[in-house]
Design a protein around this ligand. Structure first.
Ligand code: COA
Length: 174
């Protein structure tokens, strides 16, 4: 697929919801309904959501909840046609930048035990395994792996973030 416009990472707005739902349906067994995103964007002061877009088309999204000093990733997906092009990595970096800006000490998430792709993405960013939640997913009872970053101001994590920023700048200029 030829890329004709730059891929931008921007705050999610209400007008993005239909595009986000398209990616959701192609990414998850139990996608969130439209009202959940509407609620998150309009009524949850602790939530922040981003989209990746090409022109007006949403091709990826992710969100965090600010829970005390944790930025907890709530949902995260990239359209199947756009995977393995670094979009997940760019979204994750922008979510980390938001977390830092809002004073979070670290990032956490749950991921399906069988979701090797997402686990590889998170591990590449510095997330490590921090426990399990048995039968966490209500649709099929699969266990969740809990993953967390080291403290975001830890020197090794700072170094990793600097490397990710340099990589993302190079990607954006391509
Ligand atoms: C997980 C997901 C978001 C990754 O998005 P993506 O844009 O394809 O990821 P990136 O291209 O940024 O990948 C960055 C790195 O993550 C790892 N990775 C991503 N997808 C992978 C896969 N299918 N297999 C193995 N490693 C993978 C690789 O290390 C990759 O770097 P590389 O391409 O240079 O080898 C995407 O596969 C997706 O939407 N999956 C369905 C929804 C989902 O599982 N969401 C996460 C819920 S916790």
């Amino acid at each position: 697929m030829a890329v004709t416009a730059p891929i931008l990472i921007e705050p999610m707005g209400l007008a993005d919801i239909p595009g986000v739902l398209d990616v959701e349906r192609l990414s998850f067994n139990a996608p969130w309904p439209a009202f959940a995103f509407h609620q998150e964007l309009t009524a949850n002061r602790m939530a922040r959501y981003l989209v990746a877009r090409v022109g007006t088309r949403v091709i990826g999204f992710g969100g965090i909840w600010l829970m005390v000093d944790d930025a907890h990733i709530t949902t995260f997906g990239v359209h199947p046609d756009w995977r393995r092009r670094g979009i997940g990595r760019r979204l994750l970096l922008e979510l980390a930048e938001l977390a830092i800006e809002l004073g979070s000490a670290r990032m956490t998430l749950e991921v399906r035990f069988g979701n090797a792709a997402a686990q590889a993405l998170y591990a590449g960013f510095g997330f490590v395994e921090a426990g399990t939640r048995p039968h966490y997913y209500s649709d099929d009872g699969e266990d969740a792996l809990i993953m967390t970053t080291p403290n975001l101001d830890d020197p090794a994590m700072q170094q990793r973030l600097a490397a990710e920023r340099a990589w993302a700048r190079a990607e954006a200029d391509r």
